[in-house]
Design a protein around this ligand. Sequence first.
Ligand SMILES: NC(=O)c1ccc[n+]([C@@H]2O[C@H](COP(=O)([O-])OP(=O)(O)OC[C@H]3O[C@@H](n4cnc5c(N)ncnc54)[C@H](OP(=O)(O)O)[C@@H]3O)[C@@H](O)[C@H]2O)c1
Length: 210
Amino acid sequence: MKLLIIGGTGKTGRELIKQGLEAGHTITALVRNPKKLKITHKKLKVKKSDVLLPESLDLPFQDQDAVISALGHKRFFIKTSILSRGTQNCIDAMQKHHVTRFICITSLGINESRFKLGIYYTLFTIPLILYFYFLDKSKQEKLIMKSHLEWTIVRPGQLTNGKKRTTYKHSTKVGHYIFTKMISRASVAHFILQNITSLTYKYKAVGIVN
Ligand SMILES: NC(=O)c1ccc[n+]([C@@H]2O[C@H](COP(=O)([O-])OP(=O)(O)OC[C@H]3O[C@@H](n4cnc5c(N)ncnc54)[C@H](OP(=O)(O)O)[C@@H]3O)[C@@H](O)[C@H]2O)c1
C-alpha cells in the first residue's frame, strides 16, 4: 500500500516507517526537517511539510491509500492547539485528495478512556503537566470522530522504546484505573500496520497495552 506517515521523525513515526518498509509498503514520510530522518530506502519518499501550514500538505497527501498520524510535541505547559489544528488540516487534505483511511495515535486517558492511564497519571501527570496537551488531544479525537474518514484512533498506554512484540492487549476497554500500563512504540507500530485494512476497529478508539 501507499502510506503517508505524519510525524515520521518522531520515535513512533520512525518505527512505523521502518516496519512499513519491511512489510513492503511504499512510504511517504511527512516531516518538518528531512535531515532528522536517518532512514533511506528505495520505497521511501520524504516530503518536507508542516501540519500547521495547509498549503504545505498538498503534495504529500496526493495518491495515498492511507494516512497514519504519530503527531506529537513537547509544549506541555502552555495552551496549545497544535494537535487539533494540525489534525484538522490533515483531515481537510485527505478529503481534498480522496484518501479515506486514517489511523491516528492519541493516548489512553482521553475522552471515554479517562482515568485509564493509572492513578499516577490521573492525579499527578495529567492535571499538573499534560493538562493542555490532553485537552488538545481530546479535541483532536473529536475532530477525527466527526470527520467523514474511515478512522481508527489508537490509544496507547505509556510508551517505551522497548522491543516490538507481536502479542499485546488491544480493545476498547484496556487500561487500568490504578496501574499505568505500558506498550513499546515498536509494538504500537506493529499493531497499526496490522490494522490498516482491517474492519475490526474502523470508527473505533482502541486502547493498546502489554
Ligand atoms: N510518551 C508517552 O508515554 C505517550 C503515551 C501515549 C501516547 N503518546 C502519544 O503518542 C504519539 C507519538 O509519540 P512519540 O513519542 O513517538 O512522539 P515524538 O517522538 O514526540 O514525535 C512527534 C512527531 O510529530 C512531529 N510534529 C510535531 N509538530 C509537527 C508539525 N507542526 N508538523 C509536522 N510534524 C510535526 C514531530 O516532528 P519534529 O521531529 O520536527 O519535532 C515528530 O516527528 C504522540 O501523540 C504522543 O503524545 C505518548
